[in-house]
Ligand binder design. Structure first.
Ligand code: EPU
Length: 348
């Protein structure tokens, strides 16, 4: 395994924020990561599992413990039916490299998740989703190292307790995800398009199926327009993607929001008769503007849900802006925005 000492975590997060860590260990197999984590746990040293750093807010004080990464990325393929493949992927594989491979092989089910930064092992945690697909649609098994029982455990899709941007792994550091298995259908057409904006971009309507290669290209184009594709030439992409989740609220809250705003909010059906509101819309209607405030950290000029680090800032700056947005939306609409990234050593 490879080790780095005295590392700036700002070099490891897409926000380019965060203090130092004394030690980062890049484990080259599941067994290696288990051994590092076991040793740290036995000696009471805190552990931070780092994926692509794209959904992480790290304190300016850094992390006083051992940071580990999964530096293993094998893919194995098995056939599970005439048109069905089971793709088993190590946690350390780059997510978009997997999606690109799936699209090239005409394995359908991940194409709408194109252009998302991060590693495969991080995707079950927050049930990554975009443009009508979520990883929980195609994940059939997750393997994790259990830090309590000190052994590897397999979770079925049901065991993962997936929900919108969450899973059993989200608020529990007991399991270190080392491998994910997907079941994908072989088809030159992508899955039926469920997301209005994507259908519109194709000049079609929801339910239509388009060539899987075109779906990938279109999704990347849409994401790029929102500053949501990591790009060294796009300063608006220095962010953690969506900073807040879209709040899921009761129908009476939607009515209240409509009354306060004087117009019906965009609202999408969710479980139990609830509605999912668009956090970006609430933020703008609460008076926050894209591109503001000026300074080191502010709202992206391309999408109201992303906070962008423009350089020279601190995590404290980021939290200050995020709190003012959260408080402003609560004051105006009585809706609580919840942050989407994982926080290390700090909180909103
Ligand atoms: N909107 C605004 N202002 C904006 C942008 C959007 O008012 O600047 C309103 C519009 O009414 C729009 C609605 O918000 O129709 C929804 O916007 P969008 O389609 O861009 O999606 P989102 O709900 O903001 C979610 C995910 C994204 C994912 C997109 C596309 C969450 C928290 N975010 O964003 O995921 O890419 O849908 O599927 O669920 C991420 O999680 O980091 C992420 C980027």
């Amino acid at each position: 395994m490879r080790e780095e000492r005295d590392v700036r975590l700002s070099d490891k997060t897409t926000l380019r924020l965060g203090g130092r860590a004394r030690r980062i260990v890049h484990a080259e197999s599941p067994e290696e990561i288990a051994s590092v984590v076991r040793q740290a746990d036995s000696s009471g040293v805190p552990v931070l599992v780092l994926g692509g750093g794209s959904n992480l807010v790290v304190s300016d004080d850094g992390f006083d413990g051992v940071v580990v990464t999964c530096a293993f990325d094998r893919v194995t393929i098995a056939r599970a039916g005439e048109d069905i493949v089971r793709v088993t992927v190590d946690a350390g594989m780059n997510w978009d490299a997997l999606v690109a491979r799936a699209v090239a092989e005409k394995w359908c089910g991940l194409e709408c998740l194109s252009g998302i930064p991060g590693s495969v092992g991080a995707t079950p945690m927050q049930n990554v989703g975009a443009y009508g697909q979520e990883v929980s649609d195609t994940i059939v098994r997750v393997r994790g190292y259990d830090r309590v029982e000190r052994k590897f455990v397999d979770f079925s899709r049901e065991d993962c307790a997936f929900s919108y941007r969450s899973s059993r792994f989200r608020h529990d550091s007991r399991f270190v995800i080392t491998q994910v298995e997907f079941e994908l259908e072989e088809s030159p057409l992508g899955a039926p398009i469920l997301y209005e904006e994507l259908a519109r971009a194709f000049g079609t309507s929801r339910g239509a199926q388009m060539g899987i290669v075109y779906v990938r290209d279109k999704v990347i184009e849409l994401r790029r327009g929102k500053g949501m594709v990591l790009d060294a030439n796009d300063p608006e992409s220095v962010s953690a993607g969506s900073f807040f989740t879209n709040p899921i609220v009761r129908a009476d809250v939607v009515l209240h929001v409509a009354k306060v705003a004087g117009v019906d909010p965009p609202a999408f059906p969710a479980d139990d008769g609830k509605k999912k509101l668009a956090a970006a819309w609430l933020i703008e209607r609460a008076g926050f503007k894209k591109g503001e405030p000026p300074g080191a950290v502010g709202i992206s000029s391309k999408h109201a849900l992303a906070l962008v680090h423009r350089g020279g800032g601190t995590t404290r700056d980021l939290l200050r802006v995020a709190r003012s947005i959260r408080d402003g939306v609560r004051e105006k609409f009585g809706v609580d925005l919840k942050p989407e990234p994982v926080f290390v050593g700090c909180a909103l």
